[in-house]
Every structure is written in C-alpha cells, then in structure tokens.
Design a protein. Sequence first.
Length: 190
Amino acid sequence: MLREVPPRHEGDARPLRLRAELPARLPRPRTPPRAPTLSRTPSRPPHLIARRTEDPMTDPISPDWLAAVADWLEGIDLLQLALGVAALVLVIRLLVRLWPWLRRVVALVEALGTLPGFMERTDASMRRLRRQVEDDHERLHDELHEELHGELHDELRDELSSGPPTDPGADPEHCAPTPRPRRRAPWSRP
C-alpha cells in the first residue's frame, strides 16, 4: 500500500513522495540465541547503528539550492571568484595570526570593566585604614601623655617630699634616680 507524504510546510515546493505503509508491528520470528563468535570485528552496539530518520540536514540537496548556486555562479566571472576566495583566505589567515592579540584585547576590556569596582573597594579599605591609624594615634598619644604626666608628677612629688640633700657635697643636679617598677611600652602589647 502506498500513500502520499504531505510537504513539510506550506511553501515547500518539493514533489510529493510516496511511502510504503507497513503494519504497525511485525511479528518477530523466534530464533535461538546466537552463540558467541570468534570473529575479529565485534558486533556494533545498538546506539551506533545508523537509523533512517527524516532530518532536513541529512536529506539530499534540493534542486532549489542547486539552481540558486548555479544562478550565482553565472552572475560572476572567474576573476571575481578567484578574488573572493583569495580575500576569504586572507581574512582567515589574518584572524589566525591576530588571535592571541584579540584574546589579550578582550582580556584588557574585561579588566577595565572590573576597574570601577576595584577602585571602590580600594577607596573603602583606605578610608577604613585611615580611621584605624587615626584611632591608634589618638590612643597612643593619650597613653603617652598619661604615662609622662604620671612620671613627672611622681618625680616632682619625690623631690618635694625628700627636701634638700643632706650630703653637703652631693650635687643636686646629679642625684641617684629613684627606683620604680618598670612599665611596659604602650606599643608592645601581648
């Protein structure tokens, strides 16, 4: 039984093909399982067996394409065709030679695109570091001021409480320093 296959779409000008209709399912003959063979060529797995499908990419070239190519070839002469092929080859060679440079240009453009974000992050970290340095400076200044003020206050109190030197030969400018506990410097914290 033969039936006509309709065109794929309305504008399709291909001639109608005839397709033989087969029953929906053919009965399979019962055969015993095959014994393993010792042939050198293994049987192909099912996914590698070529199947006939209706794919427009695998269909033979339609006559319309051949006619269009023939008309185009009639419109140009051999010199134009040779120049076109030479220009195409030149463009391909140029792209191949310039490919590393083109990749570098693309990488540079991408890097320039990230530059504003990098500048914002850098500015924010600089502001944070500047605030931290100012806070540390103020804290160290206050600690040094308190330490020096305390030391001078202790020295003056000691000199006033001790009175004049009892030794007449002792030089008041070069008297022995009073022993005091050693304090840790503010910048040497554990």
